[in-house]
Structures are given as structure tokens and as C-alpha cells.
Design a protein around this ligand. Structure first.
Ligand code: ZN
Length: 511
């Protein structure tokens, strides 16, 4: 075969691989991703066949990243989401180590094998390859074409430009879609790492426009227990065949309490969900987080002492999106992933002299790697999956918390819910999977004015109680009057923020 012909065949092959990758692996089928993926594959190829050792090494490293990305996409049914990318930056060492060990065999090993295989194959080709000018010209052409097309896409999307002005991370999201082959992820990570808008701890003056007035009220102790990665259908309280939640079933089955059906979260990840529960973020915009008082600040403004008792120790908790809210609390105590220390801390908190308290208890709950349980749970449910054991453990923690409240003989409004659900044994933060949103919601109140009918009034026309309602529920409990028109509009527009930071209708999430 003539060498020139071989070059054209290789070029065509790379083009084919590029198209197949975009359509079937990354599910990004528009003009920029096609051109950009082709360009990056070509660059990788030309680096690997280069005679320079350094260029070759860079090429092999790129090839490894590409393999890693492809294997991950195949394993998680689509391109890596920005939610997963951010967790790389925000996760602490505890979680990172447990994730790496869980992913090693699934991701890293196959990527090494693919890299080695492809390198061997490309190196074979190289033996016949002396004239690389065709590839160099192709790279030049497709790179310039990518830049022109990206510029055109930015220019034609007015919404994008205004979004970038509010939040520069939107630009990262844009690139992550347009350049699905590794480079877009790197751009997203760089923009995200330099995002310091959550560092500001100054008090925010302005109330959200839905808040009309505040008044004195009788809710002395408002306690929100925020579970983690909790799928309602694994609770015996919701009909699961294993007896995973005997205590919660009992606690929330009395006359002044309820186990609420059809609750869903507002996002599939902690970081997005919490600011829509405890601040006025919406799926469409995060600007209210920095412009309006959060629920924690609203509690302070109406005479409550505020507490954040959390199991989740984030590195730089004050600089993350929900650490920004947590940091505004009068009292912050973190337990380094030990949910069972929270009841004791609560007992101390309830012994202080504050006349009114707003307490958030943030659990580690049922997060991967599903190791948050002990011997007691194993004995109680000897044949259960690990995930179910973590639910049983959480049930015991909630019981201990409730016992502390009960012993103090205080007035209280108690909510137990979760930041999001879970695709059990898969995780959360992906685009598909309704189970990532389906959560428990339980309520108990010693104030008959705020009984279960109060909670039910937040249910939307499709029959769901959305996590978007949490901030309004809490606002009313804290003594604030809400604009009924805004509430109705927000309530009946049942949408969520998906794992790629796009608002979509809850009804449109595929199973
Ligand atoms: Zn979470």
C-alpha cells in the first residue's frame, strides 16, 4: 500500500472514532464537539508518533486521560457530569481515598490496559510513517475551525452571555459540553478552582422578594435533620420489605406527626440541593445565594440562635457552596463523619440558655461507600445489603436524636429528609435515574398550628412535595409571611437542577 493512502486511511479512522465517541459515549452530537474531539485525537496521535521523548510522554498521558474518560462514560452512561468534576475539587481526603479504592479496578486498570494497547497499535503504524504533514495540516485546520465555531456558539447564545456575567462557572459548563474529550473538563476544573465567590462571610441585608413580613411566633426549637443520599423506598416506614426503620416509623406515626409520601429533592447532589433548601437558589439561578439572606440568616434576624451540627467535614467548608450557608450559623460543630456523636452534641446545645433555636443536623447517612453502620445493624438485618444497613444505622441515629429532644421536654418542629436520593450501588450525580431524587420526608410538631396539613399545603399539582419547598416551609416556621403568588408559582412549577446544572421538569427525568 502506498504510504500516502495509509495516511488518509488513518485520518478517516480517527475521524470515525471521534464521531462514534461523541454520539455513543459522550452523547454530545453537535458541530463543535465533533470538530474538537477530532482535533484532540489527532494531537494525541501526532504526539505519540513523535520522535521526541517528551512529546511522546505527553501523548501517552493524554491517551491515558482519554481512556479514563471513555471508560468512566461507558460505566456511567454518558459524559462525566460537572457535579462529579466538582466533587474532585471539593471532596476531602477521606472520601477521595474511599472512592479511589472503589474505582481502581473499575476505571484505572482498564484505562491502563487500553492505553497500553492503543500505544502498541499506534507505535506499529509509526514504523511505516515518515510523512506527518497531512496530520499537521489537519490539526491546524480543525483547531482553527473549532475556535471559530466556539466563538459563533458563544456569540449566538445571549442567555449564555448573561449567565456567565452572573456566574463565570457557566463558561466552564459550556466548555465541558463543547470539548467533551478531556480538555473541556480541565477548563471547567480550572475555572471552578478559581471560583472564590463563596468566601465572603459578610452578613447579607436583603430578604428574598417572596418574604413579606416577620412576626413573633411560637416555634421555639426548629430542628432540621438533613439525611444524605437516602432513597425513600429502602425505608420500612415507606413499605420496604426489610425492617430498616423501626424507630422512625414509630416516632413519625403518632398523631402530631407524618411520614410524607412522594417527596423529591431539588438536585441529585448535596452541593446544589442544600442551597435550594436553606437559601433561595432556584434551578434557574444561583444568584440569590449571594444576594438574599439564607434561611440561617433569616432565623438569626427573627431572634433564633442558629446551629450547624454536621458529620460531613468538607475541606474548606466555608468556601464551598453550602459551607457558605453553614458558616453563617452562630455555632458550628463538625464530627468528622461520626453521625453517632451528633445526639450528644445536640444534648449540649439544648442545654444552653437560648430562648429560640434553629438547628440543622447534617448527617453522613447513606453516602457511598456504604460503610456507615456497625455490628448492631448487621445483627438486626443479617442478610441485608450494605446500603440497607446504613439506613438501619441512620434510623438509630435519628432515634437517639429524638430521645434527646424528648428528654428535654421542649416544644419543637422536627423535619427529617435527605439532600437527595441514590441509585443504590451506583451513586448519584448522573443525568439519568429518578431514584437520585426520591427521598423521605418526615415531620413532627408540638405546635398544632403547624401540623401535617401545614406541610401538605406545599404539595404541588402533580402530587409531589419538592425540596424547593423546604425554604418556604422553614421560612413560615421561623415566623415569616410568604407572598402567596410567588409560593404558588414556585410550588406548581415542578422542576429540578440536574447533574449538569440545567433546570429540567421533574416529570422529564428518565428512570
Ligand atoms: Zn449528598
Amino acid at each position: 500500500m502506498k504510504k500516502d493512502n495509509l495516511n488518509y486511511i488513518i485520518l478517516l479512522l480517527i475521524f470515525l472514532v471521534s464521531i462514534l465517541l461523541n454520539i455513543f459515549v459522550f452523547e454530545e452530537d453537535s458541530r463543535v464537539p465533533h470538530v474538537s474531539t477530532f482535533t484532540i485525537l489527532l494531537i494525541t496521535f501526532i504526539l505519540i508518533i513523535s520522535n521526541s521523548k517528551i512529546k511522546k510522554l505527553i501523548g501517552i498521558f493524554l491517551l491515558f486521560l482519554i481512556s479514563l474518560k471513555i471508560i468512566y462514560a461507558l460505566y456511567s452512561n454518558g459524559n462525566v457530569t460537572t457535579a462529579v468534576l466538582r466533587s474532585i475539587l471539593e471532596t476531602n481526603t477521606h472520601e477521595t481515598l474511599s472512592m479511589i479504592s472503589a474505582l481502581f479496578l473499575k476505571l484505572i486498570l482498564p484505562s491502563f490496559i487500553i492505553t497500553a494497547g492503543s500505544f502498541y497499535f499506534i507505535d506499529k503504524i509509526k514504523k511505516n510513517e515518515k510523512n506527518t504533514s497531512l496530520f499537521l495540516y489537519s490539526i491546524l485546520f480543525s483547531a482553527i475551525l473549532s475556535i471559530i465555531l466556539i466563538a459563533l456558539d458563544i456569540k449566538n447564545d445571549q442567555r449564555l452571555i448573561s449567565h456567565i456575567k452572573v456566574d463565570k462557572l457557566e463558561l466552564g459548563v459550556f466548555f465541558q459540553h463543547k470539548i467533551p474529550l478531556v480538555f473541556g473538563d480541565i477548563i471547567y476544573l480550572i475555572i471552578s478552582a478559581n471560583d472564590d465567590k463563596y468566601l465572603n462571610t459578610a452578613e447579607i441585608e436583603k430578604f428574598n422578594s417572596s418574604i413579606l413580613s416577620k412576626r413573633e411566633n411560637n416555634n421555639k426549637n426548629i430542628i432540621l435533620i438533613m439525611g444524605e443520599s437516602s432513597l425513600f423506598s429502602r425505608y420500612s416506614a415507606y413499605g420496604y420489605h426489610l425492617n430498616t426503620t423501626p424507630h422512625m416509623q414509630k416516632i413519625f406515626s403518632t398523631e402530631n406527626s407524618c411520614i410524607v409520601n412522594n417527596a423529591h429533592s431539588s438536585a441529585p447532589v448535596t452541593r446544589d440541593s442544600i442551597p435550594m433548601t436553606l437559601a433561595f437558589n432556584t434551578p434557574e439561578s444561583a444568584k440569590n445565594l449571594s444576594e438574599n439572606k439564607s434561611i440561617v440568616e433569616m432565623a438569626s434576624a427573627n431572634g433564633y440562635k442558629t446551629y450547624w451540627l454536621g458529620s460531613q467535614e468538607l475541606q474548606g467548608i466555608y468556601s464551598s457552596k453550602y459551607g457558605f450557608i453553614a458558616g453563617k450559623s452562630d455555632y458550628v460543630k463538625l464530627t468528622n463523619y461520626k453521625d453517632n456523636q451528633l445526639p450528644n452534641i445536640l444534648a449540649k446545645v439544648l442545654s444552653d440558655s437560648a430562648p429560640k433555636r434553629f438547628i440543622i443536623i447534617h448527617l453522613f447517612g447513606n453516602h457511598m461507600p456504604y460503610d456507615n453502620y456497625d455490628e448492631v445493624d448487621k445483627k438486626a438485618l443479617p442478610n441485608a445489603e450494605k446500603y440497607d444497613l446504613t439506613i438501619h444505622y441512620t434510623d438509630r441515629v435519628v432515634n437517639d436524636i429524638f430521645n434527646v429532644i424528648n428528654e428535654k421536654k421542649i416544644d419543637f418542629n422536627l423535619i427529617y429528609t435527605s439532600d437527595h436520593g441514590e441509585k443504590v450501588n451506583v451513586g448519584h450525580g448522573s443525568l439519568k435515574g429518578k431514584e437520585q431524587y426520591l427521598i423521605p420526608f418526615m415531620y413532627k410538631s408540638t405546635n398544632p398550628i403547624y401540623d401535617c396539613r401545614f406541610i401538605e399545603s406545599f404539595r404541588n399539582k402533580d402530587g409531589y412535595l419538592s425540596g424547593l419547598m423546604n425554604k418556604y416551609i422553614l421560612s413560615e416556621l421561623l415566623g415569616y409571611e410568604i407572598d402567596k403568588n410567588i409560593l404558588k408559582k414556585e410550588r406548581d412549577y415542578d422542576r429540578i437542577l440536574n447533574a449538569n446544572e440545567k433546570p429540567i421538569l421533574f416529570a422529564e427525568i428518565s428512570e
